[in-house]
Design a protein around this ligand. Structure first.
Ligand code: GAR
Length: 188
């Protein structure tokens, strides 16, 4: 059995898509959902999906090895960031080399970096009058949004599109592609 741990800080729609995709798998299991945000929608979704939740605070994440230990004890094969808004500490990156992946709601290297998350990304894309946006799935290193790109998919932006319209198109791409790319990474 290959074991996935999902980190999420928000609504958790991607986490749910991933869990649903692998729900009947005999080879892949979503072993844990971890979050820094006790109010996050992902917590209720995890309970519904009967996936164990680990909540942690900033201090524990950055000043202790507790989270790395939990992942190692659970024998996690792949760490999947799905709307996780904190930088991964260097020690955790080193403990899981090329085994942490992230999805970013734009076409990196454009519109990435600190502060570029969620609606801020789509607002910046519309303000820059881009003709397309999309998703980027990449390996995680110790810098925001800078690891090797695994996959990108694009969607057109029409002149009348609002950031909310772009968010909707990008989310559809995320839900369509992230689970299948995770399966591919696990098999590579
Ligand atoms: C997703 O659009 C994801 O790409 C984005 O947060 C959203 C989470 O949605 N991630 C980032 O912006 C990371 N920089 P969800 O909680 O519904 O899955």
């Amino acid at each position: 059995m290959q074991k996935i741990a999902i980190f999420a800080s928000g609504s958790g729609s991607n986490a749910e898509q991933i869990a649903t995709y692998f729900a009947n798998s005999t080879t892949v299991e979503i072993a844990l959902i971890l979050s820094n945000n006790p109010q996050a929608g992902v917590i209720a979704r995890a309970r519904q999906l009967q996936i164990p939740v680990v909540l942690f605070d900033k201090k524990t994440f950055y000043n202790t090895s507790k989270i790395t230990q939990i992942l190692q004890n659970e024998q996690i094969n792949l760490v999947v960031l799905a709307g996780f808004m904190m930088l991964i500490p260097e020690a955790l990156v080193r403990a899981f080399p090329n085994k942490i992946i992230n999805i970013h709601p734009a076409l990196l290297p454009k519109f990435g970096g600190q502060g570029m998350y969620g609606h801020f990304v789509h607002e910046a894309v519309v303000a820059a009058q881009e003709s397309e946006s999309g998703v980027t799935i990449h390996f995680v290193n110790e810098h925001y949004d800078e690891g090797t790109i695994i996959f990108q998919a694009t969607c057109p932006i029409l002149p009348a599109d609002t950031p909310a319209d772009v968010a909707q198109k990008v989310q559809a791409l995320e839900h369509k592609h992230y689970p299948a790319i995770i399966a591919k990474v696990l098999n590579s």
